[in-house]
Design a binder for this molecule. Sequence first.
Ligand code: ATR
Length: 281
Amino acid sequence: MKTCYLIGYPLGHSMSAVMHNAAFQSLGLDYRFKLAEVKERDLESFVESSLRSSETRGASVTIPYKILIMDYLDELDTVAKHCKSVNTIVNEEGFLKGYNTDGIGALRSLSETCGSLKGSKVLVIGAGGASRAVCYHLSLLVRELTIANRTLETAEALAESLTANPMRISRVSAKPLHELKKLISDVDIVINTTPIGMYPDTDSTPLEAKFLKPSLLVFDIVYNPPKTKLLREAETIGARTLSGIDMLVYQGSEAFRLWTGLEAPERVMKIELRRVLGEGF
Ligand code: ATR
């Protein structure tokens, strides 16, 4: 049997095991997916003892390790290198290669909802590991990309690294979080990449309801709960909303393909998530 892990801390919100175990079972694969709630001081020893083991095929990586984990890997694929962030690891006989499937998942989910993103003006809240991947892919497509973050320097560093990419077509800028009210007035799409609103912190939102407007598409990459406070309030004022569920499935589907070499049974994954997450899916 081969094991794949989810590495993160804390993991109370995670649906990755539910989704991947349903996918492995439906194809009759001798794989299992386990949660690895690892404290930062134990991350290196977990990588060396468990992740490099011959019984381990790979891992998904989530908050707060998408950036830190890169220190312990042997190689990064091109997209992960560009994103400077890893959410998927493949173990090839003890050699650990890092990938990033978050951006592909987010963009596929966004395009299914709003078609072409060409010409769009997008505001991304947060500048952590998930944001790096989403922003990298957006910067190849949209007209304007604004990154708002609590720590302005982190957003500035991300904007600078995106701007340095010769393939980038967006105008990219970095702003402090307290300017959200002003920033929102000039965008078509808002994406939350922070954990604000994620279980168990379900009464929080990264964006006050009074700043929202009906013409927006509001995308929250948080998927637990499926309808975050941000999405509920956006729906109330008549804005279009997109939950993080499809992004979870699509980034997971890419990871599944990297581990098994097979196409992921996305329908099975979605049905299982719907069963577990229930109402509000
Ligand atoms: P991930 O790898 O999943 O993206 P991360 O790298 O820990 O997670 O990034 C979390 C992001 O959410 C960061 O942009 C963080 O802002 P800082 O750079 O200022 O730390 C943001 N974030 C997390 N909690 C937040 C909070 N309570 N208020 C505002 N921003 C928050």
